[in-house]
Ligand binder design. Structure first.
Ligand code: C2E
Ligand code: CA
Ligand code: CA
Length: 784
């Protein structure tokens, strides 16, 4: 067969195009026969039958020779010779049959072995050329037949490093040793394949090697997988080496690393090799303060079988103290046992410092650098949770607002800063000073068991501030008022404690300023008012106010002539709050004007709706507080609303308490006159509770007197009260003033009032205050 293969270019073998010829068992047999033929036979390997055959042939020949030379009878010699010949023939025939059967069996076995062999088998001569190739071998080499490859230079199939490996293995086999190597060589069709080849020398019987049997297994897939894996490993290790993170896989008991990436050198300053040998080396770098929490987190990860994270500091061998964040996730086996912990450790120092700076900014006062309100609140809550007594001082600089206005903002800010330093210097080392805003400071003092100590600290603060004043500048002299609350006596949360201290501070101010005062039980009670006051401004905007209406009846027919509007506050957390609680707060804070205007408008709007719905003669009474009377704007509000809702002024009655009229009679008089001029009716509420009731009758000439319910309550069993009430009604009648009795709760009261010719009655016996939609269900009097 012509051989045109160039070494190293196996693809250049001229292969016939027919590669799909069916495999014939005969060829495999031929290949085997070739192998069998190369075997040397020895006498010892001859079977017994052959020896018998040789022996009987020799006996036959000897008999014939002896017949010719000796004196044995002719017949006898002939018989012996012929017998030996027949025996020889018979034995020969039998042996030939057995030999044939054995050869057949060997060939069948060899064929089966060859068929079972998935390797490419070939016989290679000492010159490197293939003498033979197995049928399967030719097939996986994509050759059309074994003959196509016979004679090809096997050494020329390989190239590069593989060619060198093939040559080394070949030389080794030629020198009598088995050899193997892995290399790539394409099939005849040019498909690249990787082979694992074993070379077995076949000896020539003279201590030399005649040929080489080469068995090559196609390991292309395995090689690709391995290459893939190697590539991934390389990628991983390259990434791990450059991202500055430490990836790890720890044993479930943290006693050794399955894997730790090169990043540990930058994160911990420890080489991966060192960590593999001493898996606890990194823990030794963790600062002792941070170690317990870190170890607890590590334990939690394996026990709770949940991921975890720890942030801790290490003493980095090169970079000093660093913040490290480690995350760990447990890997579970099929039974749910933790088999290892995998995760990442990274240096988060920069991020940590940035957050710490943000924290510092969020929790410190920019002017003084002290803790701010947020920081103080956190500290208070922390101590509340610890449940150990501590004190809170609320410091408010006296008349600082005046100073601020006279000095100007910049100078005032400077002053505040220097005052904060003075206060700080006067405090014991364990105290925390915070600026709450403006001229308000607070001090948190642990260990508040000793009130004399607290008083001494307060005095020290006041003394320090007193020294601040420049004798030459009277305006720069600053004093303060201090309120002190103590946990848990004056509150169990930051809000109550701060408010208690605040109220105590007000008490100190009231007592003449430049002093201190401890919170007491009364001030704690007033906290409720404080909290409500804080919620009031938002209540109107959030539509938390509503009006209920209580009917005012004609005493005989009990028909409803008018309704009194009574405000209700639906507090988001405290439910319905009684006006008796919040009206005084509204009056104090001045909010009453705004809310009073809303009440007036809402009541008249509602009245217009009822009158449109049929209750044409219904009237409404609206309570107006003393503070509202001080401001003539109320007249405008009433006038606007009457016009807007197209109501006659007489349908509105304004109820004023005696105390309201008493506060500033002249002013009240002006407002009332203006209202009366509009045609609005005036009622004096809670009549009889004030001191100079009768005077009002003359001064304000009201349309109605509302006898206070404290009189009505005593009507049934107090003769004096009966006389007073009877007298009021008669006197009012004489003056042309209508009388309404409020707080009627019993029938006897109603009967007495009826007999005494009282004009109107109001009370729970007849109607409770109700929501506006229920008013039309009352028996309202028909228009007269
Ligand atoms: P007031 O003007 O004397 O209003 C009557 C109060 O007596 C109402 O209490 C009413 O529910 C209650 N009352 C009515 N009948 C009876 C009864 O038979 N027995 C008893 N024990 N009480 C009865 P409310 O609604 O709690 O109002 C309390 C006070 O709040 C009012 O006293 C009034 O001074 C003030 N107020 C209510 N609404 C307003 C408002 O819109 N503006 C102003 N400025 N004050 C208001
Ligand atoms: Ca009233
Ligand atoms: Ca009243």
């Amino acid at each position: 067969m012509s051989q045109t293969t160039r070494p190293g270019v196996p693809g250049a073998i001229p292969y016939p195009s027919d590669t799909a010829r069916p495999r014939s068992p005969a060829r495999n047999q031929g290949f085997l026969a070739f192998f069998l033929a190369t075997r040397k036979r020895s006498i010892a390997s001859l079977p017994l039958a052959s020896i018998a055959q040789i022996f009987s042939a020799a006996a036959g020949a000897w008999a014939l020779a002896w017949f010719a030379l000796s004196s044995v009878s002719e017949e006898a010699a002939f018989c012996i010779g012929a017998g030996a010949c027949v025996l020889t023939l018979l034995l020969g025939l039998r042996h030939a049959r057995r030999e044939l059967a054995r050869a057949n069996a060997t060939a069948a076995l060899a064929r089966a072995l060859l068929d079972a062999n998935r390797e490419c088998l070939k016989l290679i001569g000492p010159d490197g050329r293939m003498l033979r190739i197995s049928e399967h071998g030719a097939e996986i080499m994509q050759a059309s037949s074994p003959e196509q490859l016979a004679g090809a230079n096997w050494l020329g199939f390989w190239s590069g490093d593989d060619a060198r490996a093939a040559r080394t293995a070949f030389d080794a086999a030629m020198s009598g040793s088995r050899a193997s190597f892995v290399g790539a060589c394409p099939t005849t069709a040019g498909v690249p394949k990787t082979w694992q080849s074993r070379l077995i020398p076949i000896d020539d019987g003279r201590g030399g090697v005649r040929d080489i049997l080469c068995a090559s297994l196609d390991v292309t897939q395995e090689a690709e997988l391995a290459a893939d894996l190697r590539a991934k490993e390389l990628l991983m290790s390259e990434m791990e080496a450059h991202v500055g993170l430490c990836f790890y896989s720890y044993s479930a008991d943290y006693s050794y690393f399955h894997h730790v990436s090169a990043g540990c050198a930058s994160v911990f300053g420890i080489e991966a090799k060192v960590l593999r040998e001493r898996p606890q080396a990194w823990v030794e770098l963790v600062l002792p303060d941070d170690r317990p929490e870190l170890l607890a987190t590590m334990q939690r990860i394996t026990q709770s079988k949940d991921g975890g994270r720890a942030r801790y500091r290490i003493e980095h061998p090169v970079n000093g103290v660093r913040w490290i964040q480690s995350t760990g996730y447990p890997i579970l086996d099929a039974n749910g046992n933790v088999v290892r912990v995998v995760g990442i450790s990274e240096d988060v120092t920069v991020e940590h410092e940035r957050l710490a700076e943000l924290d510092r900014l969020a929790f410190s006062d920019s002017l003084t650098g002290l803790a701010n309100r947020g920081a103080l609140v956190l500290k208070i809550e922390e101590r509340c949770q610890r449940n150990a007594a501590f004190a809170l001082m609320f410091i408010d600089l006296d008349r600082f607002k005046v100073l601020n206005d006279t000095l100007g903002h910049t100078a005032a800010d400077r002053l505040l800063k220097s005052l904060s330093e003075l206060i700080q210097a006067a405090l014991p080392p364990d105290a925390l000073l915070a600026r709450l805003g403006g001229d308000e400071f607070a001090v948190l003092i642990d260990d508040a068991a000793d009130k004399t100590r607290l008083a001494r600290i307060a005095k020290d603060i006041l003394a320090a501030l007193a020294r601040s004043g420049e004798p030459s500048r009277a305006d720069a002299f600053v004093t303060a008022s201090i309120g002190i609350s103590v946990f848990p006596e004056n509150g169990a949360d930051h809000e109550t404690l701060l408010t208690s201290a605040d109220i105590a501070m007000y008490a100190a101010k009231k007592a003449g300023r430049n002093g201190f005062s401890f919170a007491d039980a009364n001030s704690t009670e007033r906290i409720v008012d404080f909290k409500l006051e804080r919620d009031l401004p938002a209540a109107l905007a959030n539509r938390q106010f509503l009006l209920h209406y209580q009917a005012i009846h004609e005493p005989r027919t009990l028909e409803v002539r008018s309704v009194e509007a009574l405000i209700r506050w639906k507090h988001p957390t405290r439910g319905l709050v009684s006006p008796g609680v919040f009206i005084p707060i509204l009056e104090e804070s001045g909010f009453i004007n705004e809310i009073g205007a809303w009440v007036m408008d809402e009541a008249l709007r509602q009245l217009a709706l009822w009158r449109h719905a049929g209750a044409r003669s219904l009237g409404v009474s609206v309570n107006v507080s003393s503070r509202q009377l001080r401001d003539e704007a109320i007249v405008e509000v009433v006038n606007d609303a009457l016009h807007r809702y197209e109501l006659p002024a007489s349908s509105l009655e304004v109820e004023l308490t005696e105390s309201a009229l008493m506060e500033n009679p002249a002013r009240a008089q002006r407002t009332l006159s203006a209202l009366k001029a509009l045609g609005v009716r005036i009622a004096i509420d809670d009549f009889g509770t004030g001191y100079s009731s009768l005077r009002y009758l003359a001064d304000f000439s009201p349309d109605t007197l509302k006898i206070d319910r404290s009189f009505v309550a005593r009507l049934q069993d107090d003769r004096a009260t009966q006389s007073i009430v009877g007298g009021i009604i008669q006197m009012a009648r004489a003056l042309g003033v209508s009388v309404t009795a409020e707080g009627v709760e019993q029938t006897v009261q109603l009967e007495f009032l009826r007999d005494a010719a009282c004009d109107r009655v109001q009370g729970f016996l007849l109607s409770q205050p109700v929501a506006p939609e229920k008013v039309l269900g009352l028996s309202i009097a028909a228009p007269e």
